[in-house]
Design a protein around this ligand. Structure first.
Ligand code: WT7
Length: 657
């Protein structure tokens, strides 16, 4: 089918149509928290009042706020004058309500060691570690850097900071020493909490050695606390470095929680832009906790007393902050926390975990789902996954085929799938179905949540009621970022300068005839071919739709004739030989599916794709390869050799026309 002629010049042209739809099953609705439009209607009447009701229902406050929201664009304050403590909301109040014996975390290390941690045990360890931090001179307002693997001490350290009112800055354990020192220095942290190492794919990954290299460049760090995890030899600097277990043995058990202002900084989390230095995203206490607790409860239809919830992200990313630590703990949920990789010792590790702990809610990323698709259906089929009742996705656009595979092979063709759109900056989920209420369409994040207003606008900032454009947010929301640490100008320029009065998410989106939102990827992932804007995600989705393709990444490379030409990097399914004939077939397939404008000029077969540690495809590198330029900075590559391999193959492939 040829693409429709564009009428005006829409910001992003959209060709593909998806007409499958899945209403919530009656059996799910029977027990769901929300089955109708009541929350949306309540929030439409008075969005601030709606959030105030959530704040009062979901959290325990030390003292009440006097103003729900003060909005002086681009700065919002929520629950002004109210005080509370995040650790107290995650722990103490569950104990006070007699739920101390409830399991907070089923922790599982990669080698197979396990720890079951109740709310009472977590509370005790957090209080003790807060006293350790105090003994090292940490007081309210001091920044503490945390560089740990996925072990229980990671949430313990975060909550201990929160208890004292010391903002934490968690740096993902997979980051290099240079990334760590940059972040420590930007936040001016005085204490670092790290470990000897962590387990990944059967190998002990040395963290302390990497921390040591970083510490050579961080004059502000006075103390380093080291958790023993792998038992590998490490160097301990006299007077600076101390073992976690030694300090904990000495620390007193009781530690009162500080009363924090709703707008006090809870944490910093660094997120990389495409080029410049990482931005320290600031999240505060009252509004953040309100929205993470609300979304965790209603997006996943949490029944805290019976559900076993597993967010398989790393705590080092915002997904882990909001949906492993703060959301689930505020809601008193029981979670699985897993240290390692999905293919150790076998490719069924996740399904083994789901079966053993009877996980009911699973939250993961499209990149993981597509990896499992590549590995085939035998592994999940060999396990009893019938406990699962809600599946979540986050991090990138999920192509309809992956969405369907997830529902079919992990969800037994039954479970609602919630595709949740949000960002480090938004702090919590913004656009998502409510699983008992929303009819879903594969690949669509559906609608803004109650209390959230999103609009798609064109190049000039005019709202687009139907069609493609730039995703913007038009009202403040409780968990929104409060700025970029130390750089108010950059905050203004990045998010608030392009369209007046609107937060610019940086993502392309489309609204269909029924008002559903379809996320199309970052705006800089939008290609321009002969004046037609085409989303990389859409071409990728068409490629993955072909029976021989496991995964693909598409970039726009400079082209003298068409401005940009579409170059597709393609990973074949296991048994499929990559041949020039297949390359041609794929080009035709995309052409037939989306239209000739979207047909890739070149298809490059590869065994792997360069990805960041969080699994995002590094299109910048692929663009460099496609344009034959020198490669840029590769330090955030999951596997640097991938790029070399891709470059080698790219050099071998003749351009097709
Ligand atoms: C960017 C934010 C949100 C936690 C993890 C990533 C992309 C995120 C979706 C989704 C399409 C998505 C966007 C966004 N993204 N979720 N459901 N559908 N795209 O946090 O690293 O701050 O990345 O991830 O491009 O802007 P992040």
């Amino acid at each position: 089918m040829p693409p429709p002629e564009p009428t005006a010049s829409p910001a992003i042209e959209v060709y593909s149509l998806e007409d499958r739809r899945f209403p919530p099953p009656a059996s799910f609705k029977a027990d769901a928290l929300v089955t109708g439009n009541e929350l949306h209607e309540e929030a439409e009447r008075d969005y601030q009042g709606f959030w105030a009701r959530q704040a009062a229902d979901l959290l325990t406050w030390r003292s009440e706020w006097h103003t729900i929201c003060e909005w002086e664009l681009p700065y919002a304050k929520w629950f002004v004058g109210g005080t509370l403590n995040a650790a107290e909301n995650c722990l103490d109040r569950h104990l006070a309500e007699g739920r101390g014996d409830k399991i907070a975390f089923h922790w599982e290390g990669e080698p197979g060691d396990t720890r079951t941690i109740t709310y009472a045990e977590l509370h005790a360890e957090v209080c003790r570690f807060a006293n350790v931090l105090k003994s090292l001179g940490v007081t309210k307002g001091d920044r503490v850097a945390i560089y740990l693997p996925m072990i229980p001490e990671l949430p313990v350290a975060m909550l201990a900071c929160a208890r004292l009112g010391a903002p934490h800055s968690v740096v993902f354990g997979g980051f290099s020493s240079e990334s760590l020192s940059d972040r420590i220095n930007d936040a001016d942290a005085k204490v670092l909490v790290t470990a000897d190492g962590g387990w990944r794919r059967g190998t002990a990954v040395a963290l302390k050695a990497s921390a040591d290299a970083a510490l050579a460049a961080t004059p502000g760090v006075e103390h380093v606390v080291v958790v023993r995890r792998t038992g590998e030899d490490v160097t301990m600097a006299e007077g600076r470095d101390q073992w976690y277990h030694d300090l904990m043995a000495e620390a007193p058990p009781d530690c009162p929680a500080e009363a924090m202002d709703a707008e006090d900084l809870l944490y910093l989390l660094y997120t990389s832009g495409t080029t410049a230095k990482p931005k320290g995203i600031m999240h505060t206490t009252g509004g953040y906790l309100t929205q993470v607790a609300f979304t965790h409860k209603f997006v996943f239809d949490l029944h805290a007393h019976t559900d076993v919830y597993w967010c398989a992200a790393d705590i080092g990313w915002v997904t882990g902050h909001s949906y492993i630590v703060y959301g689930p703990l505020v809601n008193g949920a029981t979670s699985v926390l897993y240290e390692g990789s999905p293919d150790h010792p076998g490719r069924d590790r996740w399904w083994d975990i789901v079966e053993r702990y009877k996980v009911t809610i699973l939250y993961t990323a499209p990149t993981a789902i597509r990896t499992f698709m590549k590995w085939g259906t035998a592994e999940p089929a060999a396990h009893d996954l019938s406990s699962l009742r809600v599946l979540g996705s986050v991090g990138e656009p999920i192509n309809p085929e992956a969405w369907m595979w997830y529902r079919e092979h992990i969800g037994g063709g039954q479970t609602p799938v919630v595709d949740t759109w949000w960002q480090t900056e938004t702090g919590a989920i913004m656009i998502s179905p409510l699983p008992g209420a929303t009819t879903t369409k594969p690949g669509s994040a559906t609608f803004p949540l109650p209390g959230i207003t999103a609009e798609v606008v064109d190049e000039t900032g005019r709202p687009v009621a139907r069609g493609g454009g730039y995703l913007t947010l038009t009202q403040p929301w409780p968990s929104m970022l409060r700025g970029i640490y130390g750089d108010p100008q950059r905050y203004h320029d990045t998010y608030w300068s392009r369209f007046e009065g609107r937060y610019l998410a940086g993502d392309g989106a489309r609204v269909d005839d029924e008002g559903y939102f379809w996320l199309l990827g970052r705006v800089d992932d939008v290609m321009n071919v002969s004046g037609h804007r085409v989303s990389t995600a859409e071409v990728e989705s068409a490629l993955v739709d072909h029976a021989s393709v496991a995964e693909s990444a598409v970039v726009g490379a400079k082209d003298d004739v068409t401005g940009q030409a579409i170059v597709a990097f393609v990973i074949c399914k296991g048994d499929q030989e990559p041949t020039p004939e297949l390359g041609q077939e794929l080009r035709m397939h995309v052409g037939a599916k989306i239209g000739p404008t979207a047909r890739p000029k070149t298809v490059i077969f590869t065994d792997d794709l360069p990805k960041t540690r969080s699994g995002k495809i590094m299109r910048r590198l692929l663009r460099d390869v496609a344009e034959g330029r020198d490669l840029g900075d590769t330090t955030t590559l999951a596997d640097a050799s991938v790029v070399e391999e891709i470059r080698r193959r790219a050099a071998e492939v003749p351009e097709e026309d």
